[in-house]
Structure formats: structure tokens, C-alpha cells
Design a protein around this ligand. Structure first.
Ligand SMILES: [Fe+2]
Length: 334
């Protein structure tokens, strides 16, 4: 049992009423409560977590344990395939809808970044399913089932987040009309002890998304930045981690903060996770919601299209400056 799991013993969870637990910065939101009389209270708790911590956990989200185990199992099986089978998905073309990323040496920071990930577009399924790996044979079915369920979670959270900003319930959904979905199936190998100091799972970054929904297995390593300190987010069975992404930071006019996070690996157990990315269609205009701009809160960012953002994102990757990619979009008064 991880440190966090022990903190969150069942009686504590029950007593928490579904939020603001642990040492004050990790909120566990009971999504079932969004359907009941406590909705407005839960919406407030989501807003508080997005504003102060950039993330929260959800339980009772409606994705079955079998469904979650299947997608994690499929992820593990994919990365155990022979090298030549996986390398079919390696490409430098940023316009490809499916890409395999392998571990690499970061010469600037002098660390080996060990994560391998398969990132691909999933929604709408009919546009992409034939590009997904046919091996392992379970992959397409497991991805489709998981992504269908995740889409429901995403929709419910976008509604709650819109409300938490004082916007119409369908604000984010309407604004992101035709919004897409990508997933990243991630594999973190075991590290040799002598290499541990100079190896990372994934380096410190924020996500270029509206929100990210992260499913992790029970191997520790995921850390978030809180008050200038890196803190472990342990594993609580059947929960998901919800991150605020860069684009929600923009839409909320910097009220909500994009989550800084990283992953460490260990010498004993390999780790897998599945991240689901909610992002807009290419022609969507992104900018602070008008309702959140006034004399006391001038627009921090200018309006831009997702295509502009996507190009800037790749430029930032090449220049090793992903933490600065939103600077280009700051408004002149900010
Ligand atoms: Fe990330």
C-alpha cells in the first residue's frame, strides 16, 4: 500500500464526503454526487482544486474495473511485442495520427528519458480505428471500450468545470465543438540501480490539452508540483487523475492552472499508464471566456486557433522550451 493509500483509509474516504482530503491539496471527487443534490457543492470543490492545485482525483466515474484492467493489460502487452512490430509506428511526421515515442537521451539535461509511448487519435473511432495496432489482438476492442467510457467522464467534467467558472453548463463543450480525443499508452521500464540518478520516466512538463484524464497502475512514480515542491500522487484503486491542461488555463483566463507533473521510474517494477487527452478541433478559436474578463481581470491571453497552438507546441518541443509555449499567446496588456 502506498503512503497515500494508507492516508486514505476507507473510513477517511467515507468521512471526507468526497473531497478535500489528505493533507489539503489532493481532492478526491465523487462523480456520482454530480447527479445528486450536492452537485453545486461538488462543482465548487472541482473549481477549488483546478484553481489551487491544477488537478484532482475522481472515483465512481462509471468506468468498470474490468475495462480499466483491460486497457492497462493491453498497454503492457503492446510494449512487450518484438521491436520490429512496435517500430512500425515510429515516425517524425507531426501530422501522423499515430506515433510511437521511444526512450531517448536528453543531452541538454544529461538524463535518459525512459518512457515509451504510443500516442494516437481515437475519436471519432471510424476515422482512426484501422490505423491502430492490430497486435495485440485485444487492443482495438479494449481501446474502443475504454475511450467510449472516458468520453462520458470527460463530458461530465467539462460541464462541471464550465459551471465552476460561472459559465453556462455547455460552454466548454460548445466552444470545443467537434473536439477530438487522443490517448497515450505509456510504458516505463525498470531502471538499473546504477543508472537511476540520470534516468527519468518523463521530465517535468504541462499538457497541451483542455484536460487530461490519467489512468495509472499501482506502481508509484507520478509527481505533481505543489507550492514549489514535488509531491507523490499515490495510487488509489479505481480512481482517475484529472489534470488541468494549458488550454483550460487560457480559457479560464489563468484562474485555473495547468498542472506541472513528471514521472520517476524505479528498479523493481515496470509501470504502465493510459492518458486520455481532450483537445479542440484545428479551427477552434481559443481565448479567455468573455465572461471572465473585466477591469479587475484583463485578458491574460489573446485569441488563437488550435492550429497556431499546435505549431507553437512542436516548435517548443524542438527548442526544449515546453514550459514557455503559452508565452507567445499572452495578450499585450498581460
Ligand atoms: Fe503529461
Amino acid at each position: 500500500m502506498s503512503a497515500m493509500e494508507s492516508q486514505l483509509a476507507d473510513d477517511e474516504l467515507a468521512a471526507s464526503g468526497g473531497a478535500e482530503i489528505s493533507d489539503g491539496f489532493i481532492s478526491l471527487i465523487d462523480m456520482e454526487e454530480l447527479q445528486g443534490p450536492r452537485r453545486s457543492e461538488i462543482v465548487q470543490q472541482i473549481g477549488h482544486a483546478c484553481q489551487h492545485y491544477g488537478f484532482f482525483l475522481v472515483k465512481n466515474h462509471g468506468i468498470s474495473e474490468t475495462n480499466m484492467n483491460n486497457i492497462l493489460g493491453t498497454t503492457s502487452k503492446f510494449f512487450k511485442l518484438p521491436e520490429q512490430e512496435k517500430l512500425k509506428f515510429c515516425t517524425n511526421d507531426p501530422n501522423k495520427s499515430i506515433k510511437l515515442f521511444m526512450g531517448f537521451k536528453d543531452e541538454i539535461q544529461n538524463v535518459f528519458v525512459a518512457r515509451e509511448s504510443l500516442r494516437f487519435s481515437t475519436y471519432p473511432f471510424e476515422d482512426y480505428v484501422n490505423e491502430w495496432p492490430a497486435n495485440p489482438p485485444s487492443l482495438r476492442k479494449d481501446v474502443m471500450e475504454y475511450c467510449t467510457s472516458v468520453k462520458r467522464v470527460e463530458f461530465a467534467l467539462l460541464e462541471a468545470m464550465s459551471e465552476s467558472l460561472g459559465l453556462e453548463k455547455d460552454y466548454l463543450d460548445k466552444m470545443l465543438y467537434n473536439h477530438g480525443q487522443k490517448i497515450s499508452m505509456n510504458y516505463y521500464p525498470i531502471c538499473q540501480e546504477q543508472d537511476l540518478e540520470f534516468t527519468r520516466g518523463v521530465r517535468h512538463h504541462t499538457d497541451p490539452t483542455i484536460i487530461t484524464i490519467l489512468l495509472q497502475d499501482n506502481v508509484p512514480g507520478f509527481k505533481v508540483l505543489n507550492n514549489g515542491k514535488w509531491v507523490d500522487v499515490g495510487h488509489i484503486p479505481n480512481t482517475l487523475v484529472i489534470h488541468v491542461g494549458d488550454l483550460l488555463q487560457v480559457i479560464s483566463n489563468y484562474r485555473y492552472k495547468s498542472l506541472h507533473h513528471q514521472v520517476f521510474i524505479n528498479c523493481e517494477r515496470e509501470r504502465v499508464s493510459v492518458a486520455s487527452y481532450c483537445y479542440p478541433s484545428s479551427d477552434t478559436t481559443i481565448g479567455p471566456a468573455m465572461e471572465l474578463i473585466d477591469n479587475d481581470h484583463p485578458a491574460i491571453y489573446r485569441n488563437f486557433t488550435y492550429t497556431e497552438f499546435y505549431e507553437e507546441m512542436w516548435r517548443a518541443v524542438v527548442q526544449h522550451a515546453t514550459d514557455k509555449r503559452l508565452d507567445t499567446f499572452k495578450s499585450s496588456v498581460a
